[in-house]
Design a protein around this ligand. Structure first.
Ligand code: B1M
Length: 225
């Protein structure tokens, strides 16, 4: 298989939720290779990790749109997430090849009520690969947990991720509370429903549409560089 074809197939398998050869899902792809084997092949053939990631994001977009139209359901979303995580396991070493001395601490989490973590995990990997120590609090992180971690890590920068318009409201509350208790702490927000406008309204210091934007924010704005 040509490199381009391999990359396209990985994106297709993300959209279809095909994880590996052993996976019985989806039925029409039983016995075929999934994201696990294809990503390994692609990396062995020197495909660019960034191009593989781009194809995966496109795959996620496809399944997301299908879900939006009522043509796919939560189990399918979960299988796509699993397929994407299999890719990320292979890509991790490429994005994590960072420096030894850390530039500072980045406390990161998906806000309360929100279980989406693929984008947040990518931000974590890429920020870490760019020399920051990431303290990843996971998903469904309430304000009290963020506050407790900030107390343990004075001078850290905080990153909040949200994928649902409903949980963006929780983000507002979390940013407000962080800023009330620690006005000097810099807060950056991200995730599909966010924008610079929303970030400003909630009193955050920055917004990034992608992991690279978060790195730029940290390198230029964080107080502990
Ligand atoms: Co959900 N889901 N989901 N889902 N899901 C969306 C987000 C949705 C847009 C699908 C749709 O309707 N078309 C929709 C939200 C609608 C809205 O509110 N506007 C939706 C819904 C409705 C739901 C449920 C409510 C469905 C239900 O149960 N009825 C439910 C909610 C559960 C909950 O959180 N409480 C739900 C559940 C799930 C799964 C668990 C099945 C699964 C998540 C699995 C997981 O994450 N482990 C899932 C998935 C996979 C999706 C889609 C298909 C893909 C999300 C994704 O991983 N994208 C999504 C549709 C879509 O996005 N097209 C959808 C790939 C990822 C790399 O991109 O996360 O955007 P993203 O991250 C990007 C940037 O946003 C940015 O960088 C990342 C890399 O470029 N970024 C940051 C993210 N965080 C950042 C932080 C930063 C900076 C940048 O700084 C701090």
């Amino acid at each position: 298989m040509e490199n381009l074809e391999l990359i396209e197939k990985i994106g297709y398998c993300v959209a279809r939720g095909k994880v590996n050869t052993a996976s019985p899902f989806p039925k029409d792809l039983i016995g075929e290779e999934g994201t696990d084997e294809l990503t390994k092949k692609a990396l062995d053939a020197s495909c660019e990790p960034e191009l593989i990631l781009k194809a995966c994001n496109e795959g996620m977009q496809i399944i997301g749109e299908k879900f939006g139209r009522g043509e796919a359901f939560v189990p399918e979303l979960l299988m796509s997430a699993k397929a994407m995580n299999a890719v990320m396991a292979h890509l991790k070493p490429f994005f994590k090849a960072g420096t030894v001395k850390k530039k500072g601490k980045f406390v990161l989490g998906t806000v309360a009520g929100d279980l989406h973590d693929i984008g947040k995990n990518l931000v974590s990997m890429i920020v870490e690969g760019n020399g920051w120590e990431v303290i990843d609090l996971g998903v469904d992180v309430n304000t009290a947990k963020f506050i407790a971690k900030i107390k343990e890590n004075p001078g850290c920068t905080v990153g909040l991720s949200a994928l649902l318009t409903t949980t963006m409201a929780n983000m507002f509350k979390t940013v407000e509370e962080i800023k009330a208790q620690f006005p000097e702490i810099k807060v950056i927000v991200g995730g599909a429903p966010l924008s610079m406008d929303a970030a400003k309204k909630m009193g955050a210091d920055g917004y990034a549409p992608n992991p690279q934007g978060a790195v730029e924010f940290l390198n230029t704005t964080a107080i502990n560089v």
